[in-house]
Design a protein around this ligand. Sequence first.
Ligand code: GTS
Length: 207
Amino acid sequence: MSKLQIVYFFLRGRAEAIRTLLVEQGVEYEETDVMPMEKWLNYWKPKMAFGQCPLLIDGDFELVQSNAILRYLGRKYDLYGSSIQEAARADMINDGVEDLRGAYTVLIYQNYEDGKDDYVKALPDKLRPFENLMKDTKGYILGEKMTFADYNLFDLLDIHLILAPTCLDTFPALKSYHSRVLQRPGVQKRRNSQNFKDMKINFNGKE
Ligand code: GTS
């Protein structure tokens, strides 16, 4: 059986939660870099259903949209809870992650120099809903077992700690959640890999 393939830029970006999930689940995958730019524009981009990557290739099945990929892998590797209510809670938090990731992406690519201070000032109001949702768990989003959404929430917190290193200091549940996920052996395996260490977070180098 062929290995899964992630087609993306050589970046953490929107592929990092997917990679961490796969490494932790012990799933071997191959990585295809869409660059150089001419190759991206003329070869890869026209192949992408929405003109953007990441793309996951699983045999003859191809899927774009990072959150659809995470959900697909969640179903495939039993990381989607065990009832429709649990799945919905994972979905809800993942959608919250997407909202904040969207704002982060606008900051990074459109307004970093002028917008960073205001973004960091407004961050507590954006993080508080996650703190409220996570404060009763001593484990992960659904309790003891990781879901696809945990990989995404962890990555979101992780990139915000780089942007604003003290941003979790007033959110004890999120702070301990971040370190709990970070300490997981599979997450450590990904983070100790040369591939992870060599990657920028974002295409323009801002973080
Ligand atoms: N909603 C999409 C998803 O979640 O996958 C957005 C994907 C997206 O914005 N991809 C960017 C891209 O392909 C790269 S990154 O923002 O994830 O770093 N950009 C290149 C282009 O030509 O649009």
